[in-house]
Design a binder for this molecule. Structure first.
Ligand SMILES: [Zn+2]
Length: 167
C-alpha cells in the first residue's frame, strides 16, 4: 500500500512548491525597487524551499517548530530574504503561541497589508524592503505598544550580538 501513497505525496509536495500563485500576484509599493522587483524564479532559486514557501507563498510554519520561537539570545532579527533589519531581541516576548513574537518592528522595516484568507481579516506583516511575507500583526500584545507581531522563524535570520564575527 505504501507504494500508492508515496507518489501521491510527492505530487502534493511538488505542486505546493511550484504553484506559488500569491508570489506572482504580490505587488509591494516601496522606495526600493531593486529588491521588490525580483521575480518569483529569483527567490525560488535563492531560497531554501521551506523559506520560499513561507516568505513567498505566505505559508505558516507549524507552531513550536521554527528555530526562533524559544530563542532568548540578545541580537538582531533580519529578513531571511534580503537581510534587512526587522526586529530587535529586546522587543521579543514570550507570547505562548509557538511563533517568535515582537511588540514592535524596527523603524518602518515592516509594512502591513490586509489579509482576508482563511476566513479571517488580519494584517499581514511584510518586509518593506523585499516584500517577503513575515507573519501577521495583532493588537493584543503587551504594553507599551499593545502590538503583537507574530512572525515565522523561516522569515527571520538571527544575528547574535554575542558573536559578531562573520560566519
Ligand atoms: Zn526582506
Amino acid at each position: 500500500m505504501k507504494r500508492l501513497h508515496l507518489p501521491a505525496l510527492f505530487l502534493i509536495v511538488i505542486f505546493g512548491i511550484t504553484s506559488c500563485v500569491q508570489a506572482k500576484e504580490r505587488t509591494v509599493t516601496n522606495d526600493n525597487k531593486d529588491m521588490s522587483a525580483k521575480t518569483d524564479s529569483y527567490w525560488k532559486e535563492k531560497l531554501d524551499p521551506h523559506v520560499y514557501e513561507v516568505t513567498r507563498c505566505s505559508a505558516t510554519e507549524a507552531p513550536f517548530s521554527g528555530k526562533y520561537w524559544n530563542n532568548h539570545e540578545t541580537g538582531e532579527y533580519r529578513c531571511s530574504n534580503c537581510g534587512e533589519l526587522l526586529f530587535q531581541s529586546t522587543d521579543k516576548f514570550d507570547s505562548g503561541t509557538g511563533w517568535p513574537s515582537f511588540t514592535k518592528a524596527e523603524g518602518k522595516a515592516v509594512a502591513t497589508k490586509e489579509d482576508r484568507t482563511h476566513g479571517m481579516v488580519r494584517d499581514e506583516a511584510i518586509c518593506s524592503h523585499c516584500g517577503a511575507h513575515l507573519g501577521h500583526l495583532f493588537n493584543d500584545g503587551p504594553q507599551p505598544t499593545g502590538m503583537r507581531y507574530c512572525i515565522n522563524s523561516a522569515s527571520l535570520d538571527f544575528k547574535s550580538s554575542k558573536n559578531t564575527e562573520k560566519k
